[in-house]
Structures are given as C-alpha cells and as structure tokens.
Design a protein around this ligand. Structure first.
Ligand code: TYD
Length: 204
C-alpha cells in the first residue's frame, strides 16, 4: 500500500503508526519510501531533492530509483507475503512531474508500464493508497511552522502545489477502488479511526 499527498499534508505522521497497527493484526510489514528505499535510490534521492535538473531528467531518475526499489525490495517482500507500506510511489510522479511540472502524461504512462513490468506476469501495482488531502495554504503554513530547511520541491510556489494537489485528486477519481482520500485537516485520532475502518474492510 502507498501513502501520498502534497508536502505538508501530514502523511509522515502516520507511517510508523500504520506499520505498528498492521503488526498488531498479525501482518508482516515492510516500511519503505520513495524516492529511495535502496542504497542507490537514496543516493538518487539526495540529488533529486537538492539539484536543479531538467524536468524529464527528474522523471527519469524517479523511475530509475523506482525500478531498483521494485526489483530489490518490493517484489521480494511481496513474495515473502509481507505488506509493503511505501511512503510515495508512482502516483507521486503523476502528481509532481505530471501535474506540477507539466510533463506529458503519455511519457509518464510509458515509464510506468516499463518500470512496473505491466507486460510481465507480476506487475507491481499498489492495491491500496491513502491520499492525505489538504488545501495548499494549510500545507505551506505547516511547513513554515516546522522551520526546517526546505527541499527543492517544498521550495516550489503555491501554484505548483495546487497543481500537484489536483493531479492527486484526479488520480483518486480515476482509481476509486484503491484510493482512500483523507481530510488531512482532521485531527490525528479521527484520521487514524478512518484508516483503521477502511483497512479492516479490506482484509487488514
Ligand atoms: P517527502 O516524501 O515529502 O519526504 P519528507 O517527508 O522527508 O520531506 O519528499 C519527497 C519529495 O519528492 C516530495 O516533495 C515529492 C517528490 N517526489 C516527486 O516529485 N516524484 C516522485 O515520483 C516521488 C516518489 C517523490
């Protein structure tokens, strides 16, 4: 399963809790993130979050890191029967590189087909996705309050984050069977109750 949302939507506050919750339900859990999740992926993450580059280079590096992640970490874990929790995945490429940066969606779909192995017998697709949705002004205020160094994506302007938000919501409308859209402005407990009910309904 994957967690998504614009920067500052609050998804990170739920990652550890989610893994613990699934473990209490007797699941074997692997928690990972993108970009990153492998030694090579984490090196690519450092470049992606700090260095200026052509938007297509950015998309290609996101998917290069993802191929390594799928091959080395995600598929082996799924084969062992684990639940994989991934903090961001391909929906983020559609939202940030597609919605935010305006890259041609067909190019992203081609990369997705290739990297997910959609022609293979075992394509790698998330079966559940939690989307933490908040208005962009709320997210920006939270990031500002945290007072830490901003990465290259967090430094983008409000219009960029609005486009990312709407691209995420569009994906949720396109794939309603796997998306759970959460109001990221609700308090932590209310959000966790909603996630718990949704997951239990889906066999957690
Ligand atoms: P993020 O997941 O927000 O990490 P942290 O919680 O430590 O800040 O940072 C990753 C950034 O990478 C985020 O701004 C979104 C961006 N990103 C893309 O643009 N495309 C992608 O495909 C992925 C996976 C992430």
């Amino acid at each position: 399963m994957t967690l998504e949302g614009i920067d500052g939507a609050g998804k990170s506050s739920h990652v550890v809790w989610l893994a613990d919750f699934l473990r209490t339900r007797e699941k074997v859990v692997l928690s990972t993130r993108e970009p990153g999740g492998t030694a090579l992926g984490e090196k690519l993450r450092d470049h992606l979050l700090s260095e200026a580059m052509h938007p297509e280079t950015e998309a290609l590096l996101m998917f290069a890191a993802r191929k390594e992640h799928i091959a080395q970490v995600i598929l082996p874990a799924l084969e062992r029967g684990a639940w994989v929790i991934c903090d961001r995945f391909t929906d983020a490429s559609h939202a940030y590189q597609g919605g935010g940066k305006g890259l041609d969606r067909r190019r992203l779909i081609e990369l997705e087909r290739w990297v997910h192995g959609e022609e293979s017998s075992q394509p790698c697709e998330p079966d559940l996705t939690l989307l933490f949705d908040v208005p962009c002004e709320v997210a920006r205020e939270r990031i500002a309050l945290a007072g830490r160094h901003l990465d290259r994506f967090e430094q983008e302007d409000a219009k960029f984050h609005d486009r990312v938000r709407y691209a995420y919501l569009e994906r949720a409308r396109k794939f309603p069977e796997r998306f759970c859209v959460l109001d990221g402005q609700k308090n932590l407990e209310a959000i966790r109750e909603e996630i718990t009910a949704w997951l239990v309904e889906r066999g957690a």
